[in-house]
Design a protein around this ligand. Structure first.
Ligand code: SF4
Length: 402
């Protein structure tokens, strides 16, 4: 079974989100927030591909292309003017010219009345609303988006430009970057292949066969710690990454023998952490559990804990509008019945074997391994999957007996 790191994270966040995308085949709705990572990733490809002198210029080019694609080339200028005005106001907060009544700094200036007032006085509220009207007519912004002092679209532009400027001096040089968005796989030895993509692959210093893989994160957090980054499934997967076998042989393919380090780069704050060792057991355990859930279509919607947890989700109208909630596909009854039948059969065989005869011990061990392999494979209904689970179980038994 192949599972991507992206699917793994989606399922872990909300199994129903995974279901809409992977089983119901719904196209993921476009969001303004997703434009920030998209602009930076495309900008990195421009920059490392040698099409612009620096990253901010590359990201600017990406937005310019998008505006032309939306049929409104002049929008790029409006976005740039909005970003300049917004940056001036935020700078007043950053330098302490605007502060809390007790003299302290505001943690999130954009949430304050002071920011709202200054945006209004600078004419950025009106300008921002016009930008968002455009975004709505191009289905980039849902109609029920919260009212804000500025513009969701303008903020996305400003954030991607500010992140690019902040991070650019710390990026690896062009001559040591081997590739970007490079696909990889991880064989965890549990019958599941994990697939993913490294944001950057960088040549390791003093090790011609080694690389440093970069994982880029765009979650809007005001702070990030090494401990959090080290637990990130993308970081653990990257530390175990092997090049895709099909790419190995193609000319110019990015390949490596060792991942020496993984760098986790958090674009909103500009912080980066480096890891040499990660907890692969943690990843294997999670992948096994999630793969089992996916195979059985175990779908527990995050919505059961209330609307607040669903607020940032792109599928909230599918889950929350009208009678949708009552028709949600939670668990596949057929698969559940199949799993319990299979368990009953193995239990009956175990009872029939007993533990008296000398050969029983070996057969019981085989049955136990087989049961575990079937559990891991998610009680497969497909004959090929079933045979592969049986083979895996028997191989495991052989290994344990050596
Ligand atoms: S709206 Fe809530 S329950 Fe539905 S997919 Fe999103 S997070 Fe899951």
């Amino acid at each position: 079974m192949d599972v991507s790191v992206k699917d793994l994270r989606t399922y872990a966040r909300c199994p129903l989100e995974w279901f809409w995308e992977r089983r119901a085949g719904l196209m993921r709705p476009q969001t303004i927030a997703a434009l920030v990572p998209a602009a930076i990733r495309a900008g990195l490809a421009f920059f490392y591909g040698g099409h612009a002198n620096d990253l901010p210029a590359s990201v600017g080019l990406v937005w310019q292309d998008w505006c032309e694609g939306w049929g409104e080339a002049s929008l790029a200028r409006d976005l740039a003017e909005y970003a300049i005005g917004r940056a001036k106001i935020l700078n007043l907060f950053a330098t302490g010219h605007v502060h809390r009544p007790d003299g302290g700094r505001y943690a999130v200036p954009e949430m304050t009345n002071e920011y709202r007032t200054r945006m209004h006085e600078a004419g950025l509220t009106h300008r921002g609303h016009k930008l968002d009207e455009f975004a709505r007519t191009h289905k980039l912004l849902p109609s029920d988006e919260d009212d804000r002092p500025g513009s969701a679209m303008g903020d996305a532009f400003a954030k991607s430009m500010a992140s690019a400027e902040r991070v650019a001096p710390d990026l690896p040089a062009r001559d040591v970057v081997l590739g970007w968005q490079v696909p990889f796989q991880v064989d965890l030895g549990i019958g599941v292949h994990l697939t993913g993509a490294a944001d950057l692959v960088v040549q390791a210093a003093n090790d011609p066969s080694g690389v440093v893989l970069e994982v880029h994160d765009f979650e809007e957090l005001t702070w990030i710690r090494a401990g959090l980054a080290g637990r990130d499934l993308r970081v653990i997967a990257a530390s175990l990454a092997q090049p895709m076998p099909s790419l190995d042989r193609s000319e110019g393919a990015v390949t490596w023998e060792r991942v020496g380090q993984v760098s986790f780069r958090h674009w909103p704050t500009g912080q980066a952490f480096t890891f040499r060792e990660t907890n692969s057991g943690h990843l294997a355990g999670l992948v096994a559990a999630i793969a089992r859930g996916m195979r059985h279509h175990v779908v527990i919607p995050r919505a059961v804990t209330g609307y607040d947890d669903c607020r940032p989700c792109v599928y909230r109208e599918h889950c929350w509008e009208g009678a949708n909630w009552d028709t949600l596909p939670l668990i596949d009854e057929g698969m559940l019945g199949y799993a319990s039948d299979l368990h009953n059969v193995t239990q009956r065989i175990q009872q029939a074997l007993g533990s008296e005869r000398p050969e029983s011990g070996r057969m019981l061990t085989a049955l136990h391994e087989l049961d575990e392999a079937l559990q891991l494979a998610g009680a497969p209904t497909d004959q090929a999957d079933l045979l592969s689970a049986v083979r895996h179980g028997l191989e495991e038994m052989d290994r344990n007996e050596l």
